[in-house]
Design a protein around this ligand. Structure first.
Ligand code: NAD
Ligand code: PPY
Length: 348
């Protein structure tokens, strides 16, 4: 496999013939502290795609930690599965976690993992039995539990900030489309419904749509409608890469703020959104609530209340990012990257 250049510190790649899984860990930066970021387990088109995803996601973690003011660097693990997790037997999944734990041990604490798409607190409990370099164990196992609710709280703060920037007077009565109703999206949907939003939802899993529609009275649309359905706020909470420059040209929305990591499929999409006057909350700012939860509780010894306060402050951070972007005529991504760079270079 030919590997392109990368500005990160280290990529570890291992293949295991027994399980058929590839294990990738990207350590992008330890400039602000040991690297951290979750473990994503899913099927990839090729091992090269898994490496590219781990590296991109690790880079986003560096920016996320810096903007959130957390004393950690950025990293991410990707496990490229031989088949969807639901089709793997218990023994194979257990073996995959054992190999992942051995890889974490080799990095000796320079990288600590946590949950991400395809892994959960119960998996972190298993890993924690094999290596100490794990955040996000279940409450029953003595950990802080799922980061989903705090990520959702932060995304909702981002939605509020975005809505204000777009000139609306609050979320009440706005059409809010949530894509992906998993650990984060379902909670964001609840917060938006409580605030009086007209909720529109979509998920590849019809059972999740039905449950949220039942609970919150949301309108359900097909997954293909996510980039064409007119609404006020688009909230992407599935996987990344939704917004290409081409999609950005026609999105019929006023605000985009969600949890999905690496939402933009290409960097130029941010410029298209800026030109069209669509308020864009960069993902690595909006979705930092999970990192604040895990690092706040497990490294910094913060209370749950302190974590929630710091998570709500994501809204203020974004208000500053929007103002900087307006002042300098840049995209919000550039403004947020500049904010991260000031922390990473110790400029403030
Ligand atoms: P999850 O796996 O619990 O939920 C994702 C949901 O998206 C699932 O219901 C899935 O069926 C749905 N989905 C997948 N592809 C879809 C598509 N094309 N259209 C519609 N729905 C689709 O994941 P999560 O923990 O809720 O995370 C969501 C996103 O937020 C991910 O990109 C993740 O990296 C990011 N994120 C999560 C956290 C966290 O604390 N969980 C923190 C930061 C960022
Ligand atoms: C993310 O925020 O994208 C994560 O991967 C969650 C996370 C955050 C900090 C440490 C470990 C996992």
């Amino acid at each position: 496999m030919a590997l392109p250049e990368w500005d990160g510190e280290l990529t570890s790649v291992r293949y295991d013939r027994g399980t058929g899984a590839w294990f990738v860990i990207g350590v992008h930066s330890t400039r602000l502290g040991p690297a951290s970021g979750g473990t994503r387990a899913m099927v990839y088109p090729s091992p090269g795609d898994a490496v590219a995803d781990a590296r991109r996601l690790a880079g986003a973690m560096t920016l996320k930690m810096a903007v959130a003011g957390l004393p950690m660097g950025g990293g991410k693990s990707v496990i490229a599965l031989p088949a969807p997790r639901a089709e793997l037997g218990e023994a194979t999944w257990r073996r995959i976690l054992e190999i992942h734990a051995a890889n974490l041990e080799l990095l000796g604490g320079n990288y600590t993992t946590g949950p991400d798409v395809g892994t959960c607190s119960a998996d972190m409990d298993v890993l924690a039995g094999l290596t100490p370099h794990v955040f996000g164990r279940s409450v029953a196992a003595g950990g802080p539990g799922s980061s989903g609710p705090m990520t959702a709280l932060g995304v909702f703060a981002a939605i509020r900030a975005g809505v204000a920037e777009a000139g609306f007077d609050g979320v009440d009565g706005l059409r809010v489309l949530v894509q992906g109703l998993g650990a984060v999206g379902a909670d964001v949907a609840r917060l938006a419904a409580d605030a009086g939003a007209k909720l529109i939802v979509t998920d590849v899993d019809p059972a999740r749509c039905a449950a949220v529609a039942d609970e919150l009275g949301a309108e359900v649309v097909g997954t293909g409608a996510v980039t064409t359905r007119e609404c006020d706020v688009l909230v992407p909470c599935a996987t990344g890469g939704l917004i290409t420059a081409e999609v950005a040209e026609t999105l019929p929305i006023a605000v985009v703020a969600g949890a999905a990591n690496n939402l933009l499929a290409d960097p130029y999409a941010a410029e298209v959104l800026r030109r069209r006057g669509i308020v864009h909350a960069p993902d690595f700012v909006a979705n930092a609530g999970g990192a604040i939860h895990l690092v706040g509780r497990e490294v910094l010894g913060w209370s749950a209340d302190a974590v929630a306060d710091r998570t709500r402050a994501i809204g203020d951070t974004l208000t500053g990012v929007f103002a900087d972007a307006r002042t300098h005529g840049t995209t919000t991504v550039t403004a947020a990257q500049d904010l991260a760079a000031r922390t990473l270079t110790g400029e403030h």
